[in-house]
Unconditional design. Structure first.
Length: 115
């Protein structure tokens, strides 16, 4: 199974920005899709943004025009640029990879947005 390691979380004030990174243990070029999900305390895990093999992206309505997902094939890394953060964005953010019929998850990175 693919190993995913996230980084970049932390504490930021409302209106600020962060960039999350997720590095895979394998070449991501043939991955069906990679993306980001988040889980706030007491809430279910929800999709934030994904990018598929062809480069098509999907965003949750709540983050459209603020977040951007991208990838670097040389670094085997997918990124989540998060701008104009607000307290509702506070959550543990998980990286996700779909490879053939399997799905892998990272360990999560905490993002806390203070008001």
């Amino acid at each position: 199974q693919v190993q995913l390691v996230e980084s970049g979380g932390g504490l930021v004030q409302a209106g600020g920005f962060l960039r999350l990174s997720c590095t895979a243990s394998e070449n991501i070029f043939n991955f069906n899709a990679m993306g980001w999900y988040r889980q706030a305390p007491g809430e279910q895990r929800e999709l934030v943004a994904t990018i598929n093999k062809g480069g098509d992206t999907v965003y949750a309505d709540s983050v459209k025009d603020r977040f951007a997902v991208s990838r670097n094939f040389v670094r085997n890394t997918v990124y989540l640029q998060m701008d104009s953060l607000n307290p509702d964005d506070t959550a543990v953010y998980y990286c996700n990879a779909k490879v053939a019929t399997s799905t892998s998850w990272g360990q999560g990175t905490l993002v806390t947005v203070s008001s």
